[in-house]
Design a protein around this ligand. Sequence first.
Ligand code: SAH
Ligand code: SF4
Ligand code: F3S
Length: 442
Amino acid sequence: MPSVYIETYGCQMNVSDSELMYGKLRSEGYETVDAPQGADVVLVNTCAIRENAEQRVIGRLGELRRDLKPGAVLGVTGCMAQRLGPRLLETDTRVQLVVGPDAYRMLPALIEGARQGERFSATDFDLEEHYEDFTARRFEGVKAWIPVQRGCDYRCTYCIVPTTRGPERSRRLADVVRETREVVAQGITEVVLLGQTVNSYHDGTHDFSDLLRAVGAVEGLRRLRYTSPHPNDFSDRVIAAMAETPTVCEHVHLPMQSGSTSMLKRMLRRYTREEYLDCVSRLRAAIPGLGLTTDIIVGFPGETDEEFEETLSLCREVRFDDAFTFKFSAREGTPATRMPAEWTVPPEVVDARYDALFATLRGISRERNMARLGERLEVLVEKEARKGEGLYQARSRDFKTVLVPGTPESVGTYLHVELTGTTGATFTGTPVAERHALPMAG
Ligand code: SAH
Ligand code: SF4
Ligand code: F3S
């Protein structure tokens, strides 16, 4: 049996695609292995979102070249493969396959050809492709990533994703529900629906609110999450579905990018500061105890001190639970690269803003987290903690990381814990007995 190893970079969409590729290759008679040494086929599933994501892959390809056994096939898949296509075959002579996100169906045939010594690039988009007949080989046993939408129809001026993932298209609701039932039957109780602007989901008949209600009602499912929504696609229907479906967790990752309306306009985010705030208010009003996280870019072309201040002030106003912060990275072919050269923010200014933003966000999450010590909540144990003997990493419904004592058998179980400590970012929790509401005295 030939063996295949896939190394995954980038977002959950790529993790999910790797699971599909593994599943497909397994059904074609490949054995899946978890190291490149000795594998007959090595695929690197890549990300192109920022320059450093691509640099990492280029460095890694150099290392892998040394690890490969003679005659092994080396392929590049994912967003960088889509972006560079045949150029990758030219720059790296060891790479035999370059396969974009809509061409994974061709993988078995392409690998066969590569084993005969050929080299291919396959990067056509296929607007019908959802890999419905592939059975994902999932990495995790606790939660399942389920893609519901591929591609993106927004055109944020910094972003490479529309180029690497093509136009937006949604899976049929019935297919998503079927897959959810399948994973629940395997013992998985948490599902995360994936899409670049997942709440713009529409399969021609059903919108995202229908999807949340239908998936959320699958028997045996205990937690439903989704990522990432776009602020403009939070209709009242979607918010109501979220609030009214008990399995949908009280957490939204709501990318903000900037707190300044003029910056948002240059980014083509299609909302203002006020509209973003309004979206947050509507979500918080409908869903008590909502955890809110975000993505922010600093140093986008033309960012002034005042605009950056508005980002800081929006963070203070919203008080996010957590945030991912990124330094702007110019991506070839995106509209941001055509902005006037004098708009480029000097690297030392970007660094200083990044540090200031990071400190502001950390301070806010620390304050929010400290205020929650003593609270009791339900967590799902996900995996062994990276540090600490006998400690396991668990998550609350509102997306807090809680370290709890456990054993390998704890993974996948739900615990009631009291939050007893916090580093500012993560919590430690002590298991407590579940409290049942007492019946009212007659
Ligand atoms: N589809 C998601 C975002 C996917 S990319 C959405 O619209 O919310 C994840 C994050 O990477 C983005 O939210 C943005 O903050 C960041 N990002 C995207 N392109 C970037 C670039 N060129 N430079 C720096 N950060 C970028
Ligand atoms: Fe990129 Fe914008 Fe689409 Fe998100 S919505 S993937 S940031 S273009
Ligand atoms: Fe990266 Fe592609 Fe995801 S560019 S962030 S792997 S959609």
